[in-house]
Design a protein around this ligand. Sequence first.
Ligand code: ADP
Length: 748
Amino acid sequence: MKKIGVLTSGGDAPGMNAAVRAVVRSGLEKGAEVYAIYEGYQGMVDGGDKIKLMDWRSVGGILHLGGTVIGTARCKDFRERNGRLRAAHNLLSRGIDNLVIIGGDGSLTGAGKLCEEWESLVQELIESEQLPPDIADLHPELTVMGLVGSIDNDMAGTDISIGADTALHRITDAVDALSSTAASHQRSFVVEVMGRNCGYLALMSAIATGADWVLIPESPPNLDEWETKMCDVLRKGRQIGRRDSIVIISEGAQDRHGNPITSNYVQEVLETKLGEEARVTILGHVQRGGAPSAFDRNLSTLFGDAAVEAIMSNEVNGEALVIGIKGNKIIHTPLDVCLKKTHEIHNAIKNCDFETAMELRGSGFRESFQTIRTLVRALPHDPEPAQRSLRIAVMNADACAPGMNTVVRAAVRLGLDRGHEMLGIYNGLRGLMENDIKELDWMSVNGWAYIGGSELGTNRHIPVNSDFYTIARNIEEHRIDALLIVGGWSAYKAAILLNQQQRNFPSLGIPIVCFPASIDNNLPGSELSVGADTALNGIVEAVDRIKQSAVASRRVFVVEVMGGKCGYLALMGAMATGAERVYLNEEGVTLKDLVQDVNELVSGFQRGKRLGVVIRSEGANPTYSNDFIGALFAEEGGQYFSVRQASLGHLQQGGNPTPFDRILGTRMAQKSIEYLEQQCELKEPESASIGLLRGSFRFTSFRDLPRLMDDENGRPKDEWWLDLRPVAKTMARPAPLPVRRNHNLTTD
Ligand code: ADP
């Protein structure tokens, strides 16, 4: 039997518990023994009761908790060979030769060392007679899986690390709050965020909050100009009516000679050069704290499961790998490769070689920096004389999705910056028919980065008959050269129809971009749509509360979530909340399933379970409705638990967009404007949808779009996330009998 040790080390990060839970449950499911090593490497060096055998229930009730319940520490002993010798002894005396290490680059460096030295450590333990000679044959090598747990997102080998998304939530919440007080007093705020020498948190939070200036270590401002430039931008902003000024500064910010730029220095500059009262807020450890976001819970779950999967495959014995994510795919990269690249970036920054630092951070980072530099400008600069100025219209269509405003703001500002005239079409396709079209200037979208809903207004109208003529006439009248439609399923249908009608109405031949904005995440040509992450977090927060409300009362909740016949929200919501069961239209629901589920719940409650949650996608099955399932469960399980229903309804559509949705929206808006510009140069321009596919932004032509759409069910034919069902099922499996109670972290 394989024995796996799991530990969390270095700085704690929200999501670490979800990863530990996944390693334990996935390990048990696949037939391994899993040990939690408490207090990081210190527990490995000390041994004794710091290394505990885990069972299914040991990791119950921890998915939603911040920090790490198995503890973390900085351990000096482990830096020395002697400490690692003791650690190896403690592992070997329990037969553990597989490790899952959840931590930052320091922790993973330590793990790499242990892996490299393993053979010699084993030899030394045999020679000093601390372990019997046959141990060398039994455990010839150590296998290490590294999961990057760090809010800083400063390590190569993964697009994003465990904890970074949650940290962005904490930062955006704080900056949104500061913006309103800053606006009230017309004040400037300097907000310092974490990240050590990585500007990721600063850069992404600046995009997400619509900040007015950002300072990151990878791209310091020019020495002699930056203070004047920053003050100029902020001054101009004030002159055109901006009431709040927010400067985000990374804790590692520096000038081009490597001298630190502190938040107090920026404050001083604002007070002396701008003559404004400025306040400094250092966000500090709140960025690490609190419940993990939906994204971090699911990311950590997938990482933990993938680490165990790799170990159990026997194909990586003796290797040290980092488990990461690229796009939506889990990847494995040799640990030494990741550490080498990470150190190269650190060195480049230390040696003031900023070009290399930006290059190594990757194209997404560089593009995001370009985007923020444009967005912070108080007013667009003068267009290049040779550049053709276009009239680009933007509208929302279909149901409201959080993030729509963010997209419109970014598109309008980026378009204006490139010398175009930007038009807002109010009230969706109806507005286009009713000529509800206005020019949008830089300040007309001020503050839209972070507000939910749709300021332009939206509806689900799909044009028919004479509508096409009316629309074609209005497009002509307003001399619209290109159109960006931000919305859901009916927006896509309408756009394709308009495009097809160019045969009859030539003015409908303008290039169109369909931009995926829907909480349901049911659109073709993109693995994710703007709004889905916000809705998912809404579900997770609501279910966390529901669970808390009922923990003492032996209850089963049947929770209905939105999504039409697309089960994305239901499945991802179930995975992020630890729901026992999820009902999806894609899988269908049968009476046999329901009977089996209620029997499993009854047997769970008989064995001491106190709470159950099942999530039902609203379109799962019209007959087996929430009422039906609730009544069935109450009838069959009434002796053991009571049943309550919750329909989350429009709570999922409301709310301010999450940082993920704001960043995705802003970055795709930029790509959309660029695409429209390019198409306007062509004699026969194309129309397309934009989307996130395999980690990059791609366009799908209207020629291909219809065959990717499952019209009958209102969802794409390819639903990538269905592949995640086995992991979700494993995590939700009931605890097997007999239940071992000695190592419980919690009792539920
Ligand atoms: P993080 O993992 O968040 O980067 P640290 O750099 O503090 O945090 O590392 C956490 C722990 O990992 C250290 O306390 C130490 O026990 C171990 N560690 C870090 N660097 C090394 C190293 N070069 N060799 C051995 N162990 C190390």
